[in-house]
Structures are given as structure tokens and as C-alpha cells.
Design a protein around this ligand. Structure first.
Ligand SMILES: Cc1cc2nc3c(=O)[nH]c(=O)nc-3n(C[C@H](O)[C@H](O)[C@H](O)COP(=O)(O)OP(=O)(O)OC[C@H]3O[C@@H](n4cnc5c(N)ncnc54)[C@H](O)[C@@H]3O)c2cc1C
Length: 373
């Protein structure tokens, strides 16, 4: 008796699409086709973590994300330990730093892409240079562009335009129009801030600091780490994390950064220091010391009003995307049968530290279980 094979289409060979394809490669009764518009697969995964790919974090907590309830539910079904075991089963050796960030031991993101794409079984086909423009759903089958194959299951894993030059952002995920899903406005997250009345003389200054994000009198979030002053604003991991909290605000009016430059001791006695030394030369980065010389400021509270985040091109992830009420907890669409939506296409974003790749991989793992059930 012949067993009917299931045809699965995955749009996008990025972190979530490749992880799902690898997992489905273990199910010989399925034919899986991954459509990728680029010539090479896994471009963003390769760019991740400055080319090292911080693939997840051992300490994944719901409040690291803009949608904590959804992530809390997800963690009931898929944990960082399960992801670690899965990668280990596939032969990826990982290392963990003191902040729980997990990287491939090779310290090279290409290793992760190779683990996901090498030794796939014959039931998986990667089709590159294939831009999905249109979808059609008829008689419980999915048609992609003018492809003659009709698919039983369709998985959307085509990510977001974050980090792309404006030319490549145009028309990104255009094919979603055919589904009329609710999409929340896309904005930069994990990006630098453009600051008002910003002294350009600070450009190129890199220092450590404790940075607090305030809206009016309310402290929104505070973090310590390295910051970099740019031509028109400020960047660095601390700042990118603050941008994620900034994006969660209903309105971003009247937000400011307060920078405490005495990071080694937040209450360092600057008054005594200045009385003894008369200037900040031995205390601050030379560019900050020069600024202080010109116009003295509170060293515990160098304050800048926020104009905006950098545009999408300078962001690591998108805030916004497909609205979560469009999907079930197993990533299946509510309004279409046999449709799944993964990773960064959804309105879920996390802070820096491996949280976004964790979400992409976990969404793929849960979907694989659902498809193969
Ligand atoms: C510079 C940078 C550094 C980052 N570093 C980290 C990090 O260290 N740790 C971390 O957790 N997160 C990091 N991120 C975020 C992380 O890379 C993403 O959240 C993650 O890759 C999203 O996975 P995804 O599968 O949803 O989408 P993607 O990995 O972006 O994959 C989507 C794929 O779909 C393809 N595609 C798009 N449209 C179509 C179409 N119409 N037809 C066919 N194919 C299509 C794309 O070409 C792409 O290959 C970083 C992001 C950037 C930009």
C-alpha cells in the first residue's frame, strides 16, 4: 500500500526556515522545498553576533521580549536545553560565555549554517534565487508564484527588513498581501538612537557608562556597558537594549537618556575630584573631557533627549510584524489551514544576547513537531 507523501513549502532559508528544513529532513514521508530569494542561504544568520552568531542564551526569560505572555507559553514547549541538545545531536559544538550567551565553538557563524544545510536527506530541496511574490490557496493546497507543484503545508519564514539597505527593504514580504493578515507597523529595534542637540565633537568616543532611559519622570530601563558616540547619536549593546524598551512604549514622546560616566562607582565623588584636580582630564575619555571643558555637565547625568531610533537599515531586528492573534501557540495560522508563520515575521522581538535567534529556532522546532504529528 503506498503512503501519501506530504509536500511542504518553506519560504525563506534563514535561521527558522533552515532549522525547520533540517528537522523535517528526518521525516522521509515528506517532500520539503525551501524557496530562498538570495543566491546564498542564511545571510542574516551569518551576519549575526558580528560573524560569530550568538545562537541563544541559557537564561531565556519572557520579560526579555516585547510579548512576554506568548514567550512564557513557548518556553513550556521548548527550552534552551532542548535547543542545545538538538544542536549537539546535529554535531554543533557550542561554548557559553559568562553572561549565558551561546556561540558555536568555531566562533564562526558559517558553522551554524553548515550544520543546518549539510547532510540533509534527499527529501529536502533548497531552491535559491527564487523570490516568492504570490501565493494562492485553493482546495486546501498552496500554490507559489507559477510553480506547478501544489503544496499541502506552507511555512512563512521570510524574516524582516531589519538591517537591510533601503533598496532591499522595498517590497519586502510583498507576498503577504495575498493573505491579508494583520501586520503591526514595522519599526527599528536593537538599534542606536538619534539624539537632539547632540554635540558632533563626541563622534568616535567609546567609553563605558551606566545608561538610563527615562520618559518624563519615569525610569523605563537602566543598563551598564560600552557605548559609542556616532556622528548623529549613540550606539552599543546597552543602547540597543534600551531601544527595545523604548519601542515597547505606547508613545515615545519626551524620552531621554541619562548617562552616568562613573560606571565603576555610580556614586563616585566628582565634586571632591574636581576640587582637587580642577578639570576632568584624568577622569573622562578625552572627547568627553573636551566637551566638559567647553560646557560643564553633570558627570553622573549627561543627558540627551531622544529624537528617534536609527532607521531600519541600522537595526538588528524589527519591532512589529504579523500580529500574534493571527496564530496559535504552535505557530499555525488561525484563518488558513496548513499555514505556519515563524521567527521574525511575527511581532515578537527580544533584547541582545541570543534571544532573537532562540525565538526563530524555537518557533521552527515547535512547528516541526506540529507538522509531523
Ligand atoms: C547584524 C545583525 C546581527 C544580529 N545578531 C544576532 C545575534 O547575535 N543573536 C540573535 O539572537 N539575533 C541576532 N540578530 C537577529 C537574528 O539574526 C534574526 O532575528 C533572525 O535571523 C531571524 O530569523 P528568521 O528565520 O525569522 O529570518 P531570516 O534569518 O532573516 O531569514 C529570512 C530568509 O527569507 C528570505 N526571504 C525573504 N523574502 C523572501 C521571498 N519573498 N522569497 C524567498 N525568500 C525570501 C531572506 O532572504 C532570508 O534568507 C542579528 C541581526 C542582524 C541584522
Amino acid at each position: 500500500m503506498s503512503c501519501k507523501r506530504k509536500h511542504i513549502a518553506i519560504i525563506g532559508a534563514g535561521a527558522s526556515g533552515l532549522f525547520l528544513a533540517k528537522k523535517l529532513s528526518e521525516s522521509p514521508d515528506m517532500d520539503v522545498t525551501v524557496f530562498e530569494k538570495n543566491r546564498q542561504v542564511g545571510a542574516k544568520l551569518r551576519a549575526s553576533g558580528g560573524g560569530k552568531a550568538n545562537i541563544f542564551n541559557r537564561d531565556i526569560r519572557p520579560d526579555h521580549y516585547n510579548k512576554p505572555e506568548f514567550v512564557a507559553e513557548l518556553l513550556q514547549h521548548y527550552s534552551p536545553e532542548q535547543l542545545e541538545n538538538q544542536f549537539s545531536e546535529w554535531g554543533l559544538v557550542t561554548i557559553t560565555d559568562e553572561e549565558g550567551r551561546v556561540y558555536p565553538a568555531s566562533q564562526f557563524s558559517q558553522t551554524v549554517v553548515d550544520v543546518l544545510t549539510h547532510y540533509l536527506n534527499e527529501n529536502v530541496q533548497l531552491v535559491t534565487n527564487y523570490d516568492v511574490q504570490h501565493l494562492d490557496y485553493k482546495n486546501r493546497k498552496w500554490k507559489i508564484n507559477d510553480s506547478p507543484t501544489l503544496f499541502d503545508v506552507l511555512v512563512l519564514a521570510s524574516g524582516s527588513p531589519a538591517g537591510m539597505i533601503p533598496k532591499n527593504q522595498r517590497g519586502y514580504n510583498h507576498y503577504l498581501q495575498d493573505l491579508a493578515l494583520k501586520i503591526n507597523h514595522l519599526e527599528s529595534s536593537l538599534s542606536g538612537f538619534i539624539l537632539k542637540d547632540y554635540p558632533k565633537s563626541l563622534s568616535g568616543c567609546r567609553t563605558k557608562a551606566v545608561v538610563s532611559l527615562y520618559q518624563n519622570k519615569k525610569l523605563i530601563h537602566k543598563e551598564s556597558g560600552e557605548i559609542t558616540f556616532k556622528d548623529d547619536g549613540i550606539s552599543g549593546i546597552v543602547i540597543m537594549n534600551l531601544s527595545a524598551y523604548y519601542r515597547r512604549l505606547l508613545s515615545t514622546k519626551n524620552c531621554r537618556l541619562e548617562i552616568n560616566l562613573t560606571y565603576w562607582d555610580e556614586n563616585f565623588d566628582t565634586d571632591t575630584y574636581l576640587r582637587d584636580n580642577h578639570n576632568t582630564t584624568g577622569l573622562l575619555h578625552p572627547k568627553l573631557a573636551a566637551l566638559y571643558q567647553q560646557k560643564p555637565f553633570d558627570i553622573h547625568r549627561l543627558t540627551f533627549q531622544i529624537e528617534d531610533t536609527y532607521p531600519l537599515e541600522g537595526a538588528q531586528v524589527c519591532h512589529g510584524g504579523i500580529d500574534l492573534p493571527e496564530i496559535e501557540g504552535n505557530f499555525a495560522a488561525k484563518r488558513f489551514k496548513n499555514l505556519y508563520i515563524l521567527g521574525e515575521m511575527l511581532d515578537v522581538d527580544g533584547v541582545c544576547g541570543g534571544y532573537n535567534l532562540f525565538f526563530a529556532f524555537a518557533s521552527a522546532a515547535i512547528t516541526a513537531t506540529s507538522i509531523t504529528k
